[in-house]
Design a protein around this ligand. Structure first.
Ligand SMILES: [Zn+2]
Length: 263
């Protein structure tokens, strides 16, 4: 997608198979979404933003790794560099990595198994409250990722307030799914796009208001954040890290999701 002077590319690192239990869905609601033996197949999304001056990766995928959740749900990563390579981008080209939150499927490519940075020239941006919850607290995190965060602290930019990464790219704190979750607001001329991370996992949540997310650390705050973003999506297109096909869309009233194709 071309957003004014910015080029925005969606890259999937892999696959996330999701069941109705992820959303707390009741009965047979939206059965068509779980059409493959009761699973919906979602991407593990990352977004590359090129402004001319900076090359920014939003989220670092699952990495060459996999994870099993309850109810047989599975995350399998490993494809990010296939997508980056297709765009002519190598690890050393990335100037910034903005992490929406510290769940395993968003930090996987930050550090290798020796806890060394995969993106050698990048500054890493994230919500400071996620460091407290995942690196120092009870949150689940791979040991080499924790060690990388601890060893490479001077190359990181923990945020306690909304912050400008570079003009037109703003990290906006949106807590609830995790304590330090952030979204990325892109703006270039009249064009805007919201990168929602996992604050909204799937657009169906916008039309099924009782659907929460399995991984919400603070469900009440997560729901307040979803409502706030839902209102923004009435005027601004957005895309989450697990939206089908990683395609952006906009909420039309009443309760209708309109996918937008890139221009
Ligand atoms: Zn996720």
């Amino acid at each position: 997608m071309q957003l004014g002077a910015m080029q925005v590319d969606a890259i999937s690192d892999g696959t996330f198979t999701v069941r109705p239990e992820y959303f707390g869905a009741e009965g047979d609601a939206r059965r068509e979404f779980f059409a493959r033996d009761g699973f919906g197949w979602l991407p593990i999304g990352c977004f590359l933003i090129r402004t001319g001056e900076r090359t920014i990766l939003v989220d670092a995928g699952m990495g060459p790794d996999q994870d099993e959740l309850a109810h047989g749900m599975v995350l399998v990563g490993g494809q990010l560099f296939v997508g980056l390579g297709a765009l002519g981008i190598g690890a050393e080209d990335i100037t910034d990595v903005v992490i929406t939150h510290f769940h395993t499927d968003h930090v996987g490519w930050l550090f290798d198994l020796a806890a060394e940075p995969v993106f050698p020239n990048a500054i890493i941006w994230y919500g400071a409250a996620d460091w407290d919850y995942f690196v120092n607290g009870p949150g689940d995190i791979r040991p080499h990722i924790r060690d990388g965060f601890l060893a490479q602290a001077s190359r990181q930019h923990p945020l306690t307030h909304d912050a400008t990464v570079t003009p037109g790219v703003t990290a906006v704190l949106t807590p609830g799914h995790t304590p330090g979750h952030l979204c990325v607001s892109l703006e270039s001329g009249p064009d805007r796009l919201l990168l929602l991370g996992d604050a909204i996992t799937c657009p169906i949540q916008l039309v099924e208001p009782t659907w929460h997310s399995y991984g919400d650390v603070d469900p009440t705050t997560a729901e307040q954040t979803r409502q706030r973003l839902r209102a923004e999506l009435e005027t601004t297109p957005g895309v989450g890290a697990h939206f089908p096909a990683l395609s952006a869309g906009q909420l039309l009233l009443p309760d209708q999701w309109l996918p937008r194709t890139g221009k």
